[in-house]
Design a protein around this ligand. Structure first.
Ligand SMILES: [Fe+2]
Ligand SMILES: [Fe+2]
Length: 201
């Protein structure tokens, strides 16, 4: 796909190169898988395919940065200091978006928010947020029990796919006795419990 120049001054090939420079071969392959999936979901659900491509290409841009860099930015830039109690899994999205903005010059708030929310989700998610969140989970390189169901749901109902992913991610974290970032619980309460609660208060 050719970019319009509206959201980034880079051509797609240039943006791909910038991203590739910051990550392993394996992760870059994942990024391309997320991009392919995100563009397909954008076409299906009527979102901007260009924004889906840019957000997907940059969503893991900061994933391989050292912890010290994230900690420095969290201390310096007015983030909730509770973030310091978490790690790369949370930081690379929520804080990584600021690196995408600063280093790649991408200022579109919708794209940046999709990057911020790609790991935790949120109670409030735009169509693009949902597309990146789900594409990250179901891209062709993913292989885990349940990925087939997640892919099928994504083709039928994006909100159901968000709910499925949220529930299974949370289950996985609990199984491994990992710390849960509060926003992930917010996402669960809204997308997994919320709708049922409305029908059955
Ligand atoms: Fe990520
Ligand atoms: Fe990812």
């Amino acid at each position: 796909m050719d970019f319009s120049g509206e959201y980034t001054t880079f051509k797609r090939e240039e943006l791909m190169q910038k991203v590739q420079m910051h990550m392993s071969e394996r992760r870059f392959k994942h990024v391309l898988g997320v991009e392919e999936t995100a563009i397909a979901l954008a076409a299906k659900y009527g979102a901007s395919e260009e924004k889906a491509s840019i957000a997907a290409l940059t969503h893991d841009y900061a994933k391989e940065r050292p912890n010290e860099e994230f900690e420095m930015i969290i201390l310096r830039d007015g983030y909730d200091q509770d973030l310091l109690n978490y790690g790369n899994a949370i930081w690379h999205g929520l804080v990584g978006a600021s690196m995408v903005q600063r280093e790649l010059g991408i200022n579109d708030e919708e794209i940046l928010e999709a990057i911020r929310l790609h790991t935790t989700g949120g109670a409030k998610m735009s169509l693009l947020d949902k597309i990146i969140y789900v594409a990250d989970y179901i891209e062709p390189g993913r292989d885990f029990p349940g990925v087939k169901e997640a892919r099928e749901l994504a083709l039928v109902d994006l909100d159901e796919a968000v709910a499925y992913e949220t529930k299974h991610t949370l289950q996985h974290l609990i199984e491994k006795e990992q710390k849960i970032y509060p926003k992930t619980i917010e996402t669960y309460n809204y997308w997994v419990v919320g709708k049922a609660a409305q029908i059955n208060p």
